[in-house]
Ligand binder design. Structure first.
Ligand code: FAD
Ligand code: SF4
Length: 510
């Protein structure tokens, strides 16, 4: 039976069982499409990274004697639409069965399932063989529960997969070493030279330009730093284990003007395109730990494994449990526009400037920059979650909706009213000052609340609490903050209100 098998741009798992044997009746297809480049404005490094990794997989499959049809973005036969390309190939090649790997994104899943139903030939969906969990696992796990705590899911995952467990108890005597993972980086622990790959992507950039795809951000055409093959992804992982794991947990939440990556792995692009699997990552981290137990503390290892086995799987499960309604949630009723400086980095706030510049230059910001700088600011400025989603979905090389949306709308913006985070991740300038050196060189004063040179995070923070009392004051975890607000003099409160209104109405002046 003649089969057409679709591989989407984030399904580049060369270890998939599909490829274990060749079959002359099977055609694999991959498409670079405007459908995918244009649904938001993406970072140039994101588009380049995906196309480069897709082209590499196609070449690898061809070299292993698989039949592959690849439409690049300017291919004359490319209709730029997923279903039209598929229909064309089915017709042209007398295909008798269409097969695809289950998309992780709701949009593509709906599109392909509708397409399959419309076909006169048979179709079948396969697993991507990537995640630890099935799409529906969290729905089952949290059935009947009012709270969907990541911690509960994570512990069950540790037990189920026997990871960092001894006799059914957590290794090291604790499930969670978060408390010891909050150090500010002051230059004490040496950060090794970051690993990067000197990939020449000039030809892909020309193709993207020729096609007229609109992108944001910067790129070095002859030195593209992200891994674009499985081999490079494994090198990146190996580098993390050998050089960065040792301090990962300690400085997980730290931020610094001179150090973009600190001890972060930068493995998200390789994983989200599925060039490597979360199990491979966890296994290699555990193997490194077992070899170097005298040098690497369990808190570093647990801190990292929690991100992969816990947060990453949890976010995917929550996405599938809560979509499609999740994409419309706006619990706090925020409606402001995202300031232009999110696209340019032109702001006087040193912390935001650094986080946005990192994002524009590298398609990357680490978790705390995403959560406590840009996300925090956007929430305090009460920006509409749709605008924030579009920015996060475009700007990061690792942004795919199943992981971006629950992180942004849920964890960062509390737009789901607390399904993912138990309280909003908002802070004044004092948290930023505690975790970074940003405030040292900022024109604003981190200790001031409403004066001309007051830190805008401070003004907006107290104003946010004031304005969102109806939605937040009853939240147990917000009680302390509200008791501080309620002790503030009415004079100070009205000065804060006045200043906050000015900031919100003139965001791009700050
Ligand atoms: P490390 O800090 O080295 O962590 C290792 C890995 O753990 C990451 O590669 C990632 O796969 C996983 N991980 C860590 N935290 C999370 C999390 N909260 N959710 C899911 N996986 C996690 N991650 C994405 O992959 N794509 C996104 O589009 C994305 N958008 C985000 C938006 C916001 C507002 C926030 C707060 C976080 C977002 N994250 C996203 C999660 C996290 O910030 C990135 O995974 C991480 O910064 C990637 O860099 P790294 O590989 O160096 O991570
Ligand atoms: Fe950011 Fe405020 Fe610190 Fe400036 S003073 S870097 S705006 S937190």
């Amino acid at each position: 039976m003649k089969k057409l098998r679709l591989i989407l741009g984030d399904q580049l798992n060369s270890e998939h069982s599909w490829f274990s044997k060749t079959d002359e009746n099977v055609i694999y297809c991959l498409f670079e499409m405007r459908q995918e480049t244009d649904y938001v404005t993406h970072h140039i490094q994101k588009v380049v990274g995906f196309f480069a990794a897709m082209r590499n997989l196609a070449e690898e499959l061809k070299a292993a004697n698989h039949t592959v049809i690849y439409f690049d973005i300017n291919d004359t036969k490319n209709t730029q639409s997923l279903v039209e390309n598929l229909a064309l190939l089915i017709e042209e090649n007398n295909i008798e069965k269409f097969e695809y790997l289950a998309p992780d994104e709701y949009r593509l899943d709906a599109q392909l399932s509708q397409f399959s139903k419309s076909l006169k030939i048979k179709s079948e969906v396969y697993s991507t063989e990537h995640f630890y969990t099935e799409r529906t696992d969290l729905k089952t796990f949290f059935k009947g529960k009012k709270q969907f705590l990541m911690e509960n899911f994570y512990r069950q995952m540790r037990k189920k997969h026997q990871i960092l467990m001894i006799d059914q108890q957590p290794e090291g005597g604790k499930w969670n070493f978060d408390a010891s993972n909050r150090k500010k980086w002051k230059g004490d622990a040496l950060i090794p030279q970051e690993i990067s790959f000197d990939n020449n992507v000039s030809a892909i950039i020309s193709d993207i330009d020729k096609a007229g795809v609109k992108t944001i951000g910067n790129i070095n055409a002859t030195y593209f730093e992200y891994p674009i093959s499985r081999k490079q992804s494994l090198v990146q992982l190996d580098y993390f284990c050998e050089h960065l794991l040792v301090h990962f947990g300690d400085y997980q939440d730290a931020m610094h003007t001179d150090k973009i990556y600190l001890f972060h792995s930068r493995i998200s692009f390789a994983m989200n395109t599925k060039m490597i699997s979360p199990k491979e990552v966890v296994d290699m981290v555990l193997e490194t730990y077992r070899k170097q137990e005298d040098d690497i503390d369990i808190s570093q290892v647990e801190g990292f494994i929690r991100q992969i086995l816990g947060w990453r799987e949890y976010m995917r499960g929550m996405y599938w449990m809560l979509m499609p309604d999740y994409k419309k949630e706006n619990f706090l009723g925020n409606k402001n526009k995202l300031p232009d400086f999110f696209w340019t980095g032109e702001t006087k706030m040193n912390c935001v400037k650094n986080a946005v510049h990192n994002s524009l230059n590298n398609g990357y910001a680490h978790h705390i920059q995403r959560l406590m700088i840009t996300g925090n600011f956007a929430l305090l400025a009460q920006v509409h979650p749709d605008e924030i989603d579009a920015w996060y979905l475009g700007i990061y090389v690792d942004a795919i909706e199943w992981v971006q949306l629950p992180n942004t709308r849920g964890m960062s913006q509390f737009a789901d009213g607390g399904k993912i985070a138990t309280k909003p991740y908002v802070s004044s300038g004092s948290y930023i000052s505690k975790m970074s050196n940003y405030c040292d060189a900022c024109v604003y004063k981190k200790a001031k609340k409403f004066e001309d040179d007051a830190c805008p995070f401070n003004t907006l923070y107290w104003n946010f609490l004031d304005e969102k009392q109806a939605q937040l004051a009853s939240n147990f975890r917000m009680k302390m903050m509200y008791s501080v607000l309620n002790k503030m003099s009415s004079e100070d409160r009205s000065k804060i209100k006045e200043k906050a209104n000015h900031i919100i109405e003139n965001l791009d002046e700050y």
